[in-house]
Design a protein around this ligand. Sequence first.
Ligand code: HEM
Length: 263
Amino acid sequence: MANTPVSADLEAVRDSRPSVGSLYSDTEPLARENAGLGSDSDDIEPGADMALVVANFYTPRSALVAQAALVLTCLYAFIKVAQQPLMLFTYHPTFALVGVLLFAQAVLVVQPTSTPADKAVGGAVHGFLMVGGAASFLIALGVIVTNKLINNGAHLYSAHARLGLLTVILLTANVVGGATQFWVPQVYGSVAKAKSMYKFHRVAGYVVLVLTAATIVAATGTTFNKNAIHISRTVLLLGFGVAGVAVGSGVRRSKFPFKFRRM
Ligand code: HEM
């Protein structure tokens, strides 16, 4: 074991553990409570769950591909923005890009979680990253609206602006939904009812992730980008395309509220 790479060790631990369905199905209300109490995971060495969850940021290889594609694409867009003089507007794309990176980390960290203890740790890390991501998007939105008010600019005239507003609203609603399902399930009447909503939270999350990427791609069509920033639509489509395929390969279709037909 001493010479084995950490990721291989973690893969071995993950492989040796019971499957998701056997320990923690979406319809098993007690599992979540057990996760909080740790009873189902007492035989797992302390810290292993955090290590497994942290490993999700860079394993399997598709997660690493997603990270590389996202970081490089966001860095490219940020460098283009940073080449403009610093102004109030600068904080709009900057916070939006930070939001995208946090959002992507939040998705990767739960791809997958297997045991109740994994789910408790992964769910909490996911929740905090999503709250951070939502806060970044709301700041980005606040900045651009303020900027428009100061400069008497017309609101929501571009496809980017309209898509962006829709994305922020859906994202915020999904974060509120997920956070209450996870942290205050009583709001839904019972833990079982809260858990039965997870599948909708999950599918909405992936839809919002795609909408977020589409919003940034649409930003290349704004007058300011065309006249000054010059972020390339092709580079964004390529970067987000690669990241999308990589993130998509980690999606567990069985966890969606509908069945996928075999192609
Ligand atoms: C690299 C990233 C981004 C760039 C370069 C960018 C650029 C711009 C520009 C130039 C405008 C002013 C022109 C217009 O209203 O269409 C704008 C407005 C806007 N952006 Fe972005 N944006 C980025 C990311 C985002 C993201 C991720 C969102 C939301 C998820 C977003 C939401 C909005 C909204 C709602 C407006 C309109 C505000 C209003 O009409 O008052 N943007 N953006």
